[in-house]
Design a protein around this ligand. Structure first.
Ligand code: N2P
Length: 357
């Protein structure tokens, strides 16, 4: 009888212990849950050491996910379902996401490091007062080329790319606005043209470029060009900077017909669960030393004025990647052309990609 009592007491005790252990475990799980932050950024667009540093400094665990176009990122956020606490769209996407109610207003009192941003990058028309977004990187779209592979030929214009001698020598960035924009600019039309005749003309002109196009690629474009797999690439300026850092035989030019000036900003999407943590992360990335480290690592141009003091002069004085603002008169910023027009650009780009096959 006594033995049985001891036995039941032991079972009861063990069960009680298990119960408390599981409670404690659940509590830590909940704790970790609240202390995670999901960051949704372009591929190759952050120094991973900064994520580690942020985690160490705040005790927040970062779940890092990447996208390769504004269109893909917007679709994923609009769809809901997944948590994204911070995202990094470009200007026209920010305007569109605002319109679609996909962004949460920022609390500037939690972003004291915003004061380090060059005012040129603040209060732009896609987000007056920076209510929803703060600068991350900026740049242009242009042509990176390898003079040695082109017999010393210089590239200065979009129209140079249609030269029949360049058969299979061009790599294109996988971006609808960039590629259609190149077609439009080569015809001296605006990057924001909504005239369907002009857009068709641009698409037809791009179709005539096909024999020269070796591939349409994502982030691998940097490796391919640095390894001299092709002589020419249509790229974002920061990728060009990265390629030239790897292989200094290459050069970068913004074509004379004009091109795109873009801004990528940090936002807090509607899908956010850790709004407090999101502000902490954004403020962390606005810190001048962190911004400098990030810019040096990824090759893109920082809008952080104070960060420039912490970077080598050969980077910050390179006019190809830090151009004077007075000299970039023929650059256009993409506008939010509205749902229908953006879909039309995407459709034309898709047709162009199919035509290649
Ligand atoms: C980085 C892509 C940069 C995007 N891989 C330019 N808006």
């Amino acid at each position: 009888m006594k033995k049985l009592t001891i036995f039941f007491a032991a079972v009861f005790g063990a069960a009680l212990l298990l119960y408390y252990v599981s409670l404690a475990l659940n509590r830590t799980e909940g704790y970790v849950g609240k202390n995670t932050l999901t960051v949704y950024n372009w591929g190759d667009y952050i120094d991973p050491a900064l994520i580690k540093k942020f985690e160490k400094q705040t005790g927040i665990k970062v779940i890092y996910q990447t996208f390769d176009s504004n269109e893909a990122m917007m679709a994923k956020i609009a769809q809901g379902g997944a948590t994204f606490d911070v995202a990094v769209p470009s200007e026209y996407a920010i305007s569109k996401m605002k319109e679609d109610g996909l962004l949460i207003p920022l609390d500037h009192s939690k972003l004291p490091n915003l004061k380090y941003i060059n005012p040129r990058f603040l209060n732009l028309s896609f987000d007056p007062g920076n209510r929803y977004s703060v600068p991350y990187f900026w740049g242009t779209v242009g042509i990176v080329y390898n003079p040695g592979m082109l017999g010393g030929k210089k590239i200065t214009s979009w129209n140079d790319l249609w030269d029949p001698d360049l058969r299979n020598q061009i790599l294109l960035v996988d971006g609808a606005r960039e590629v259609i924009g190149m077609g439009l600019n080569s015809l001296h039309y605006s990057l924001n043209d909504t005239n369907k005749e002009h857009l068709k003309e641009a698409k037809e002109k791009l179709d005539r470029l096909v024999p020269n196009v070796k591939a349409i690629v994502g982030d691998e474009i940097k490796m391919l060009l640095a390894n001299e797999e092709a002589a020419i690439g249509v790229v974002w300026s920061g990728d060009a900077a990265e390629i030239i850092a790897e292989n200094d035989k290459l050069d970068y030019v913004v074509p004379k017909e004009g091109s795109n000036l873009w801004f990528d900003n940090m936002v807090i999407p509607k899908t956010a669960k850790n709004i407090e943590g999101a502000h902490k992360f954004i403020n962390f990335m606005l810190d001048p030393k962190n911004a400098a480290q990030n810019a040096e690592y990824v090759g893109y141009s920082t809008p952080n004025k104070k960060a420039l003091d912490y970077m080598p002069k050969e980077i910050t004085e390179d006019k190809r990647f830090y151009p004077d603002f007075d000299s970039i008169g023929n650059l256009e910023v993409y506008k939010n052309l509205g749902k229908r027009m953006l879909a039309y650009y995407n459709e034309l780009f898709l047709q162009f990609k199919m035509h290649r096959k």
